[in-house]
Design a protein around this ligand. Structure first.
Ligand code: GUN
Length: 295
């Protein structure tokens, strides 16, 4: 079986084109969509994500306001900054890069963000609406995964979908999207995680597998059935002395091993990653448009 590789970059480009048009249209009405990005400390992976977000904003005409703070910033200071950005009418989206330093309570910070500016979709208000099937900001990676499945016309209805990973950012919200009574839902979803026994028993029965655990190349070809659709959300740095940076990026899936076994596969890098950032741009223009409509 020849495997279709979904080009996340190309798909992201198409959606970004639409976002850019919406950003221009809103600019003509006098509003420049603006995303505030807050990052604490100097974790290389987080910094690299944030650079990617800033560049993507620039490419579609969204203003990105960056707050690069020390890892010793207190929770109180961070709360005050978010409250200021909540009040600032020129800011349409607020993103706090996770993970945060250990002395800061992540829930406190996420709950400080105005739900109307919660472009990550992590606020309990947003996640509650998502669960109820109400319109809200859909978390970016789950939304990107749905768009990828749509792009290759894969119907989820009645399919057995196994999600590996139960994070609040990916696995949990994605499971909600996939069980809803919508054209991209109606699936039978199983969430597997670190305490799942005999993972292969589940993955072998899956029509679609979404791997989001953060363990390099853990899903191997002996664990899946012929023709399975695999979306690889993992982004893992593994040491590689042949690379100038000393590492390379691999997913949670053994990509090479899946070729000619999976019917559809996503690469890392160039798969889900560009889609996540694109859906962040999508949420930011959506927020700016709602602000305009409310005026
Ligand atoms: N850290 C890893 N992924 C994400 C994300 O999608 N949003 C934020 N804010 N932090 C992250």
């Amino acid at each position: 079986m020849s495997t279709i590789i979904i080009d996340g970059k190309a798909l992201a480009q198409n959606i970004r084109h639409d976002v850019a048009n919406r950003v221009s249209a809103l600019k003509e009405k006098g509003i420049t969509a603006c995303l505030a990005v807050i990052i604490l400390g100097d974790d290389p992976a987080s910094q690299s994500y944030v650079r990617g977000k800033e560049k993507a904003c620039g490419d579609v005409g969204i203003l990105s306001r960056d707050y690069k703070l020390s890892s010793t910033t207190s929770e109180e200071e961070l709360v005050l900054l978010i409250e200021e950005l909540n009040r600032d009418e020129s800011v349409h989206g607020i993103l706090v890069q996770l993970p945060l330093p250990k002395h800061i309570n992540e829930s406190t910070i996420i709950e400080t963000i105005d739900p109307n500016k919660d472009v990550d979709g992590f606020h309990p208000n947003s996640l509650g609406k998502l669960m109820l099937g109400q319109d809200t900001f859909i978390p970016c990676t789950p939304h990107g995964v749905i768009k990828m499945l749509e792009s290759v016309d894969i119907s989820t209805e009645g399919k057995n979908i196994v999600i590996i990973g139960r994070s609040h950012i990916v696995g949990s919200p994605l499971s909600q999207l996939l069980i809803q009574k919508t054209p991209t839902g109606n699936a039978t979803v199983t969430i597997c995680h670190s305490r799942t026994k005999n993972l292969s028993d589940f993955t072998k029965r899956a029509d679609i597998i979404i791997a989001a655990v953060g363990v390099p190349q853990m899903l191997t070809s002996d664990m899946v059935s012929d023709g399975v659709v695999i979306i690889d959300v993992g982004v893992n740095r593994v040491e590689d002395s042949t690379k100038a940076k000393g590492y390379r990026l691999v997913g949670d899936v053994d990509f090479e091993g899946m070729l000619n076994k999976a019917s559809v596969l996503t690469p890392v890098p160039g798969g889900v990653g560009p889609m996540t950032i694109t859906m962040l741009l999508f949420n930011t223009i959506k927020s700016a448009e709602i602000t305009f409509d409310r005026r």
